[in-house]
Design a protein around this ligand. Structure first.
Ligand code: ZN
Length: 142
């Protein structure tokens, strides 16, 4: 059952979605991980019910074109079982630090009161030598 595109009256919004839009959504959902297919398939088809026919087609096309992105998002690791958020620890320095092009220096002080600068991104220290220019050394050994 299809309605003509010109029937954008409020009554058309409650009409069932077109079969082709449902098929398109079902096709898009096939690329999702198995455990998510039914849920997203039902949600996407349910969203079609609220739309006039022209928007149903656009919505179905949008679901189809973004299915791979949704698959990628659903395939990423989920938070731990105790509800904590995942912490991503990077072991590499930012590229600008590795190339020694730009560091984000922040003033710090040692226990005995000496002041020095440390990069907030990579942890590299920059100390001022009395007789010369700045001496840089990596404090974390990266
Ligand atoms: Zn740095």
């Amino acid at each position: 059952m299809t309605t003509p595109p010109s029937a954008a009256a409020p009554a058309a919004a409650t009409a069932p979605p077109s079969r082709w839009c449902c098929r398109t959504v079902e096709l898009a959902v096939r690329v999702l991980p198995n455990e998510h297919r039914t849920r997203y398939g039902l949600e996407f088809v349910a969203e079609l019910y609220d739309l006039p026919p022209a928007q149903q087609r656009r919505h179905a096309a949008r679901v189809l074109t973004s299915a791979w992105a949704l698959r990628t998002a659903l395939s990423e690791p989920v938070p731990g079982p105790n509800g904590g958020t995942a912490v991503i620890i990077t072991t590499t320095k930012p590229l600008t630090c590795r190339l020694n092009l730009h560091h984000r220096w922040q003033w710090c002080s040692t226990e005995d009161g000496d002041r020095f600068e440390r990069c907030q991104k990579c942890g590299k220290d920059r100390t001022e030598d009395v007789g010369g220019g700045p001496i840089e050394h990596a404090s974390l050994g990266w």
